[in-house]
Design a protein. Structure first.
Length: 204
């Protein structure tokens, strides 16, 4: 419960700020008081930018990434490799992969992963639209870039089964022991995958 600060306006601001992920009551109060001390233009600019973002950002009809138009900048960029699709869980993953500057294809955002315990089934995700893209577009490879969790692996396997007869190459991000880690302190799942996915010594 948010503490009352003898000001309904301040209480409301703190309450809304505390709804943001990772923001508790004390941090929310600190942010609210900071905005109160700043020039009015600072708070107005912040508010207007958030409202504009919420009202005007859409989801790309093709890949479900955030977009200001019907199709996002990545999908509409002719320099991207449209024959390769990287499948990710969320928009945040698109931003993370893009920051590496190593991937030049397109994306497909599922909007989550299969998780029966959380009531999330394949029909709740953008899997059917992925299958439709494979059927309609000239796709040569699907890269599964989901988090290495039980839910992520379950989703990977489900997508693999759905696309098994498509003739499209399906790959997964390399997994293994990070540089500097010792086998003793490596979790069993990672170590097991590292053994199963071993490569000839000296190969790159």
């Amino acid at each position: 419960m948010i503490q009352s600060y003898n000001s309904t306006l301040l209480d409301n601001a703190v309450e809304h700020l505390s709804k943001l992920p990772g923001i508790g009551g004390k941090t929310a109060l600190r942010l609210a008081l900071f905005l109160l001390r700043e020039e009015e233009a600072t708070a107005v600019g912040l508010g207007e930018s958030l409202i504009a973002m919420r009202r005007n950002i859409k989801y790309c009809k093709r890949c479900h990434n955030i977009s200001e138009n019907e199709e996002c900048e990545l999908c509409s960029n002719p320099r991207r490799d449209a024959s390769t699709i990287c499948v990710v869980e969320s928009v945040k993953d698109v931003l993370t992969i893009e920051s590496t500057r190593e991937f030049h294809g397109l994306y497909h955002v599922l909007g989550g992963v299969i998780s029966p315990l959380d009531g999330i089934s394949p029909s709740d995700l953008e899997i059917d639209s992925l299958v439709e893209r494979v059927e309609k577009e000239d796709i040569k490879e699907i890269i599964l870039a989901l988090n290495p969790t039980i839910e992520g692996d379950t989703t990977n396997f489900y997508i693999f089964r759905r696309l098994a007869d498509s003739g499209v190459k399906i790959s997964i991000l390399a997994r293994g022991i990070s540089i500097g880690n010792e086998l003793e302190y490596t979790d069993e799942l990672t170590l097991g995958r590292s053994i199963l996915n071993r490569v000839p010594f000296g190969s790159k």
